[in-house]
Design a protein around this ligand. Structure first.
Ligand code: A3P
Length: 313
């Protein structure tokens, strides 16, 4: 009799453990995660704490999309997330560039990450990292083996997109904002103190990253090519991240209403929200030409740094 009771208790205990593990998986979305590759050398797994179970945990990122702002960072993150071995932090974390966040330490940073299985790669994106001088050394301190993705776009187009975003945010809050030309030009010349101009000087920011990280650890994604045809850029990113090729052209379809590619996965389709790909604020042809001329030299320096060129204006 005593043995029967003990056995029943044991079975109950086992069932309870199983149930709580299932609930946790469901809460974190882990139940839908497919089988993972067991790459023990993956940077994502190096930062995990040890666990007796093969369950999901929050891990520090093994790859970070560091910028550029308005370069297509959200599209790249969402597209990488199509890969079964990748989990992404949905919100921009701003850990390394916001002092208040950085002071909270790595435990806080880790707590912002998605739950992953061992071998899965955690990816976060914060475009503000690229131009913030203190960030490269801090990222290195977290993990010198972390892989960095930099998505770039024609710096003149990027600037107009940057302005359009700020303008939109100001208008939503019913706040006034100067026309782009007023901010951009000073006595008929490009004003180098305008923040959006500075953010488009890619060579200056990249130089700081290259003081800390080897060139091979930074993968440059062509943001304009990603807009035109995402798949080839995704294939290159998979290769850089040592991921098995899983993303296919069937994961993308061109949405004529949106005017951009949208994502297809497991029968679901998803377009980026309306803040991505909205019409740009107007800028005269003459001012745009000045902008293109202004960026010619900085662009050349950037091309030399990355060892390739882009057909920017
Ligand atoms: P625009 O809004 O100027 O067109 P970020 O995510 O870094 O803010 O970048 C936003 C830019 O991503 C958009 O700039 C858009 O051009 C680009 N983008 C690239 N692929 C896209 C896609 N599939 N859907 C929507 N926007 C995309």
């Amino acid at each position: 009799m005593l043995w029967t009771v003990l056995l029943a208790l044991l079975v109950l205990l086992l069932l309870q453990t199983q149930l709580s593990m299932c609930l946790k998986e469901l809460r974190t979305g882990g139940s839908s995660l497919p089988a993972v590759s067991s790459s023990s050398s993956s940077p994502s797994s190096s930062s995990s704490s040890s666990s007796p179970y093969n369950t999901t945990q929050q891990r520090l990122p093994g790859a970070i999309i560091i910028g550029v702002r308005k370069g297509g960072t959200r599209a790249l993150l969402e597209m990488l997330n199509l890969h079964a071995d990748v989990e992404v932090a949905r919100a921009e974390v701003h850990y390394f560039n916001v002092e208040e966040h950085y002071r909270r330490g790595l435990a806080w940073y880790r707590a912002q990450m998605p739950f992953t299985l061992p071998g899965q790669l955690t990816v976060e994106k914060t475009p503000g990292y690229f131009a913030a001088p203190q960030v490269p050394a801090r990222v290195w301190d977290m993990n010198p083996a972390v892989r960095l993705l930099l998505i770039v776009r024609d710096p003149a187009e990027r600037l107009v997109s940057d302005y359009t975003q700020v303008l939109h945010n100001r208008m939503t809050r019913h706040k006034p904002y100067q026309p782009l030309e007023e901010l951009l030009l000073h006595k008929g010349h490009i004003d180098p103190s305008y923040k959006a101009v500075q953010r488009s000087l890619y060579h200056l920011h990249l130089a700081r990253w290259l003081e800390v990280f080897p060139r091979e650890q930074i993968h440059v994604v062509d943001g304009d090519a990603l807009i035109r045809d995402p798949f080839p850029e995704l294939r290159k990113a998979e290769r850089f991240l040592d991921l098995p090729p899983r993303i296919s052209p069937n994961n993308f379809y061109y949405n004529t209403t949106k005017g951009f590619y949208c994502l297809l996965s497991a029968g679901h389709d998803k377009c980026l929200d309306e803040s991505k790909g909205r019409p740009h604020a107007p800028l005269s042809t003459q001012a745009f030409r000045k902008l293109c001329h202004y960026f010619r030299k900085p662009n050349k320096l950037f091309f030399e740094m990355v060892g390739r060129s882009f057909s920017w204006c």
